[in-house]
Write a protein that binds this ligand. Structure first.
Ligand SMILES: [Ca+2]
Ligand SMILES: [Cu+2]
Length: 293
């Protein structure tokens, strides 16, 4: 698990073991999430107006239902400021991934997006499955290739073939779509990994249950760690976050990961995601653990 060759938060590479589990072949799709919403009347976080008491000091103008949408600035911008391409869009939610005027009518098999942590968990509970831990997710993503760079081997495009929906061109203004897709792709359009799993890499990031901490900050014993559950809730809170929102680990990278900006289209890659935050490039898939059946 992890890698010593890339971003610091992935290091050190270390040995863990996970118990047996089944994992979804695909990320949860719009069609599947729509069925859940229809049967239960569930309303996602992005569809609800945030409560002022939950966000002390927040600009009241921000306390409206909405979600974070990637919008290309259409020109080269400073890459250190993600707000150059992330916009808070009022009325963006899983049914309206680009905002109120957009729809999922032609995207039934795309992964559901704009789901916050609680939304993924609510769906999991309804369907009788669980969100994976980071270790379970990463084990599955590696597809049996221990220590390989990618979910399919050590080469990004073996034989010139795109293996996942990522970003080609100079992020965030130039998106050539060489891999066939500019935004999200329907699930299952790229070759599966060694375990028969599709889109573990690219397309959308996926939630895991682990509280985010640098691997180096989580203590490792000399020996193999069994079924690790990640870091500490309190320590997962972002250093500049006044609302004190804890963060979980998301995995797999997305259609926005580009060589010039974010090379996180690898099983070892990881990012922190605040539990109340939903975006246009984050979804989830679920597992069933052996002991639960
Ligand atoms: Ca793409
Ligand atoms: Cu990325």
């Amino acid at each position: 698990m992890g890698s010593d060759d890339h971003y610091p938060e992935e290091a050190p590479a270390h040995r863990v073991s996970v118990g047996g589990f089944w994992i979804d072949r695909y990320a949860v799709t719009n069609r599947e999430f729509a069925r859940f919403a229809r049967k239960t009347g569930y309303v996602t976080l992005a569809e609800q107006t945030p409560q002022a008491e939950d966000y002390p000091g927040a600009d009241p103008a921000m306390l409206v239902a909405g979600s974070s949408v990637f919008i290309s600035p259409g020109r080269p911008v400073e890459l250190r400021d993600a707000y150059n391409w992330w916009s808070w869009v009022t009325g963006a939610d899983w049914r309206h991934p680009q905002g109120p005027d957009s729809s999922i009518r032609n995207k039934p098999d795309h992964p559901v997006v704009h789901v916050a942590w609680a939304d993924a968990e609510a769906y999991a509970q309804w369907v009788g499955k669980q969100v994976p831990t980071e270790a379970e997710w990463e084990f599955a993503a590696r597809g049996g290739l221990d220590g390989a760079e990618y979910a399919w081997g050590d080469e990004m495009t073996p034989g010139g073939q795109w293996m996942a929906n990522t970003w080609q061109g100079a992020f965030p203004n130039q998106n050539t779509g060489d891999d066939g897709y500019h935004g999200t792709a329907p699930v299952g359009r790229y070759r599966p990994n060694g375990y028969g799993l599709f889109d573990m890499i690219g397309n959308v990031w996926e939630w895991t249950t682990d509280w985010y901490e640098a691997h180096s900050a989580v203590s490792h014993s000399c020996c193999t760690v069994q079924n690790p559950r990640g870091g500490d809730r309190q320590r997962s809170i972002g250093p500049a976050d006044q609302s004190g929102t804890p963060r979980r680990v998301m995995k797999g990278g997305s259609h926005l990961c580009a060589p010039n900006y974010c090379r996180r289209y690898r099983p070892a890659a990881r990012m922190a995601q605040a539990v109340d935050t939903s975006t246009s490039h984050l979804g989830f898939r679920l597992i069933v653990r052996l002991g639960d059946r």
